[in-house]
Design a binder for this molecule. Structure first.
Ligand SMILES: NC(=O)c1ccc[n+]([C@@H]2O[C@H](COP(=O)([O-])OP(=O)(O)OC[C@H]3O[C@@H](n4cnc5c(N)ncnc54)[C@H](OP(=O)(O)O)[C@@H]3O)[C@@H](O)[C@H]2O)c1
Length: 340
């Protein structure tokens, strides 16, 4: 793809290079955090990052030990929104991001479980990008039963994450592709009371036994186990029950909601949380809207978009902290920060 001329800064950065920049930033974040020093980078062909002196006019990306990545790309640059969407995920701290593609009326599938496809092809590519940036991708048992997904990054350049199937009730059997495919490892997270003594494999997958006892939410137990294995960036790709469990437990740092110009009427719901009596007790997170897909122009009344609900983090200084106590702080029971 031809590079595009940038906005006010006149920076040459095409779509492929912008993705290369994001992947390079994700790779570098851990080492930069360990070094605990500011750093600046110019961007070369394919998005490669080259260190430059802080303040160098060629610097396009700065690293601040307290704030993380800071993008020096003009607001009107054609790739600015793209990089803005992914750069906060390139964090050195643990980060958990949920995603759902829902209809205008809040469903992710029909009652029979048909969900292919709620959102357009651009959102599917977005899912693959999120997988590539993540150490682990989690789906619920209902998603495996309905979609038989592979959860690989085949539509973009980038590594496959660890695949995690969350099935506390051990309802699935081994027939699904994810339990035999060898392209990347799979963890099968299920309640230990459903396992026999010493059982450690489920097809080609490793079993992660979850105690599922006491006040600790099973999703909190799962997230702790993934952090203990070195998985810092975790992507919760669905379905609604599983993403809702993470949200209810206060464990999502960000939530990507892709809203499609579709009315399902009734079916599998997106987010479902414990009811509140009054709106003032409901979460009202800060958000940003990213257009996603070429059909925006053709359907002006219902533009598909991706709405990124976000807890402000030191990674992004431009946004105040309205829901630092929203997505993460307010949940009853399991709410706690993984940033400690
Ligand atoms: N549009 C999107 O973004 C998107 C993303 C992912 C999935 N989906 C669609 O959403 C649906 C799944 O989402 P979800 O919220 O229902 O579930 P989920 O979060 O994927 O998984 C958890 C739920 O699945 C149930 N489940 C477990 N084993 C099952 C089986 N063998 N057959 C059927 N259900 C089983 C579990 O029931 P128990 O608790 O009783 O064990 C639990 O309620 C599917 O239709 C999938 O195609 C859409």
């Amino acid at each position: 793809m031809q590079p595009l001329t940038g906005g006010a800064a006149g920076v040459l950065l095409g779509a492929d290079a912008a993705w290369g920049l994001v992947m390079a930033a994700a790779d570098l974040a851990g080492a930069l955090a360990a070094a605990a020093r500011p750093a600046s980078f110019s961007v070369g062909d394919g998005g490669t990052l080259t260190p430059v002196r802080p303040g160098d006019p060629a610097a396009l990306l700065d690293w601040d030990p307290a704030r993380g990545w800071i993008l020096q790309l003009a607001p009107e640059h054609p790739q600015r929104a793209f990089v803005d969407l992914y750069l906060p995920i390139c964090s050195a701290r643990p980060i958990t991001v949920g995603h759902l593609g829902q209809s205008l009326d809040g469903f992710i599938a029909t009652p029979s479980g048909d969900s292919q496809f709620v959102t357009g092809p651009e959102n599917i590519v977005h899912l693959h990008r999120m997988r590539a940036l993540s150490d682990a991708v989690i789906v619920g048992a209902g998603t495996v039963a309905a979609d038989d997904p592979l959860l690989t990054t085949r539509q973009v350049s980038g590594p496959n994450p660890l695949r995690v199937v969350f099935d506390p009730g051990h309802r699935l059997d081994e027939r699904y592709k994810i339990f035999s495919d060898a392209e990347t490892p799979t963890l099968y997270a299920c309640g230990d009371r459903h396992l026999s003594e010493g059982e450690s494999r489920f097809g080609a997958a490793d079993i992660l036994p979850l105690a599922c006892v006491g006040d600790t939410s099973p999703v909190a137990e799962l997230l702790d186990a993934l952090h203990a294995r070195g998985c810092r960036r975790v992507f919760v790709e669905g379905g609604g029950v599983t993403v809702s469990a993470f949200l209810q437990a206060g464990l999502l740092d960000r939530l990507h909601m892709a809203v499609a110009p579709l009315i399902v009427g009734s079916g599998k719901p997106a987010i479902r949380l414990e009811p509140k009596d009054v709106l003032s007790d409901c979460q009202r997170p800060a958000y940003r809207v990213f257009r996603m897909g070429g059909d925006v122009r053709e359907n002006p009344p219902y533009p598909p978009s991706i709405v990124r609900l976000r807890a402000a983090t030191p990674q992004d200084p431009r946004v105040p902290l309205p829901i630092a106590s929203g997505l993460r702080g307010r949940a009853r029971g399991g709410g706690r920060s993984t940033h400690g």
